[in-house]
Design a protein around this ligand. Structure first.
Ligand code: BT5
Length: 331
């Protein structure tokens, strides 16, 4: 169904200047003229404006500005990422749907996108504010051939993907705050949540959740996050096309994932450190037992943060409170 509709959109898009007759479409798509007409009605529901002229045929007048399965898949230049794509107006959490679909056998690269989440999730049972139509609320199902201990690499990979897309598309300077926040001008624009189902030595699937604030006005954030959250619109001064941005992210994700399979974690590590927040700077760190000053050095393949203590010794941190300094904050 979806692929016939994609073909139909392609035919209409490629003939934008002219009408294309119902008969022609019916021949090319190998479906009845009634079926063509039903697809047209569906496209209209998706927000396409279609003109149907008697004896001439159909043509697209304008594309939708709303996000839908069709608009996301039309023009998506990927091989496997997002080829199975589910779009919802409203869900509790795209992560929950990701788990359900993965358990039912959804393939590697399945993508779930929602306009709004009622119970968006952060890490450690924190909540993620996901208002209607203002951001990217998306989960991706991956089935990597990796051991569970390597799962953090996928989170780090995702952060490099988002940073690179924003740097190119937004002409901004994103930074990745360990372990999983994307900041612009010290404020959180995006967060990543990685959840997995694994056996002892093998990952069955990973659901990687990406939340990105896109078109919110700063004043619209709830009080408790207003001082530390921002959106792309806030930082660039203009609204963004969410559909196009999702397509760019999926394409970059696919490419980076393939580089990761071929070349391992090293290129990801280097990119991460390039964008790493406060890398090479001295911060105050505290754990349950102590509080001390150290320099942030980079990341390790297991997701740990590498630090250099004042006596020159190196240490790996898996969880700690970091005082990020001016403008920074605790998650
Ligand atoms: C994260 O958690 O940053 C991961 C967020 C992942 C959200 C995506 S959306 C699609 C998918 N479906 C889901 O249900 N979740 C994923 P964490 O590092 O724990 O940060 C959470 C904290 O960030 C909260 O406690 C708030 O302080 C803050 N926060 C909440 N909503 C925010 C927002 N929209 N923008 C910036 N900060 C926010």
């Amino acid at each position: 169904m979806a692929s016939t509709r994609m073909k139909l959109i392609n035919l209409l898009e490629n003939n934008r200047a002219e009408y294309i007759s119902g008969q022609e479409l019916s021949n090319q798509l190998d479906i009845s003229r009634t079926a063509v007409w039903k697809h047209m009605k569906q496209l209209e529901l998706d927000g396409y404006q279609i003109e149907a002229a008697p004896r001439k045929g159909y043509r697209i007048i304008s594309n939708p500005d709303k996000v839908s399965q069709n608009t996301l898949q039309w023009g998506l230049e990927t091989k496997w990422m997002g080829k199975h794509l589910h779009h919802y107006d409203q869900v509790n959490s795209t992560q929950d749907i990701g788990h359900e679909l993965a358990k039912e056998g959804a393939p590697h690269g399945t993508v779930i996108v929602a306009d709004e989440q009622l119970k968006g999730k952060g890490r450690k049972a924190r909540s993620w504010h996901s208002k209607k139509g203002e951001g990217i609320w998306m989960s991706i199902i991956l089935r990597p051939d990796l051991a569970p201990v390597q799962a953090p690499q996928i989170t780090l990979l995702a952060a490099t993907v988002l940073a690179q897309v924003l740097a190119v598309e937004g002409d901004v300077e994103p930074q990745i705050k360990w372990p999983n926040d994307l900041l612009i001008d010290h404020k959180k624009v995006s967060g990543i949540l990685t959840e997995m189902q694994a056996e002892q030595d093998h990952i069955q699937y990973i659901v990687i959740g990406i939340g990105m604030n896109v078109n919110q006005d700063g004043s619209k954030f709830p009080d408790d996050i207003r001082y530390k959250a921002s959106s792309l619109k806030e930082s660039t001064g203009h609204a963004w096309d969410i559909t196009k941005l999702i397509q760019k992210i999926l394409k970059k994700f696919e490419h980076t994932y393939e580089v990761f399979l071929k070349e391992g974690f090293k290129p990801i590590k280097l990119t991460w450190e390039h964008y790493g927040y406060r890398i090479d700077e001295t911060v105050t760190i505290s754990t349950m037992k102590k509080k001390w000053k150290a320099t942030l050095v980079g990341i390790e393949a297991d997701g740990a943060l590498q630090i250099r203590n004042e006596d020159g010794s190196h240490e790996k941190l898996y969880s700690a409170e970091i005082e990020w300094g001016e403008g920074g904050y605790h998650a």
